[in-house]
Every structure is written in C-alpha cells, then in structure tokens.
Design a protein around this ligand. Structure first.
Ligand code: CTP
Ligand code: ZN
Length: 154
C-alpha cells in the first residue's frame, strides 16, 4: 500500500513565530547571526539551497515563539534586501512585513579606518546608514566618521 506524502513544504510549518523567507542562500548564516540566533532557546529550523523562483536558490529560517522588533528585523535588509518576513499565529500567516533600511547599526560591520578606536579597543562599532546616489548602502562610523561601502565592511 502506498502512503500519501505531502512534499509541498521544504521546511516544516510552524505553529507560532517568525519565518524569514527568500534569503539569498549564501547569506543564511549571516542572517542567523544578525538576529542573534546563534544562541537561542527557541525551536529554530532552517533550510538552504532550496528552490526559489526569485533567486534560483534561497534560504529560509523559521523561529518558533519569537516575534522580533521591527528594528531588529530591519537589520536583515542590509544583507538580504528582498527577504520576506511572515508572522505566524496558529499556523496562519497573519502578517507580512516589508523590510526597511535601518537608520543605524551596532556591531554588524567593521570600520574600514585602521586608525579607528573600534579597531584598537573593545568598542562595538556603530554606524549611521544611508544610500549614496547609486543606491549603494553606505555606513558612516559613529567614532571616526569614516564612510565605507557596506559591502566592504561586512
Ligand atoms: N509558513 C510556515 N508555517 C506556517 C505558515 C507558513 O512556516 N504555519 C511559511 C511558508 O513555508 C512560507 C512562508 O511562511 O515559507 C510564507 O507563507 P505563505 O504566505 O503561505 O507563502 P507564499 O504565498 O509562498 O508567500 P510569499 O510568496 O510571500 O513567499
Ligand atoms: Zn571608525
């Protein structure tokens, strides 16, 4: 007798929590780090190299029973601007959030100025975030004012 197997979901559905979907597959572990999930006591499931219409391949993270503040989620937009946030309650998607570039970030990127105090003392780097005329995401160091392209600061 053959069993009917539901193969529609690549990572199991969750009951309550947050799903971060459509992450470029090579950014999965950076997103886990940015959300502070490397040490977390909630059920966390993720998949990478999953099929995606958008990217060819994508990654997804599902965090049960965790609901993040918008400014925590917005940090994801720095490395995965097209990621989609789904809020799940009682197995239903009750909200989809649009990511916005955060105004400032702390502790994600490193200052490119070798003389900067953050590269010499145990000071967490802090930056204001803006986009330049070519829409590149730029970071201005809170301590030395050096402006760096985000891509070279991660
Ligand atoms: N999801 C989940 N657990 C649930 C409900 C949904 O893990 N109980 C996940 C789905 O696997 C999917 C995401 O949440 O990755 C969004 O679900 P849904 O809106 O139903 O999917 P799509 O219509 O494909 O959404 P989109 O096109 O916005 O990615
Ligand atoms: Zn600096």
């Amino acid at each position: 007798m053959s069993k009917l197997i539901d193969t529609s979901l690549q990572v199991s559905a969750i009951k309550n929590g947050t799903v971060v979907d459509h992450i470029p597959t090579d950014k999965l572990f950076k997103v886990i780090e940015i959300l502070g999930l490397t040490s977390c006591d909630k059920q966390l499931t993720f998949g990478m190299n999953l099929d995606s219409k958008l990217y060819g391949k994508k990654a997804i993270i599902k965090i049960s029973d965790r609901f993040f503040k918008d400014d925590e989620l917005n940090k994801i937009s720095l490395i995965a601007p097209y990621a989609k946030i789904n809020i799940i309650r009682n197995y239903e998607v009750v909200e989809k959030k649009v990511l916005m570039l955060p105004e400032s970030i702390t502790g994600i990127a490193k200052c490119a100025n070798p003389m900067c105090v953050t590269n010499h003392q145990r000071i967490t780097p802090k930056f204001t975030v803006f986009t330049d005329k070519d829409s590149s995401v730029m970071l201005k160091c809170h301590y030395c004012e050096k402006v760096t392209n985000l891509k070279s600061a991660l």
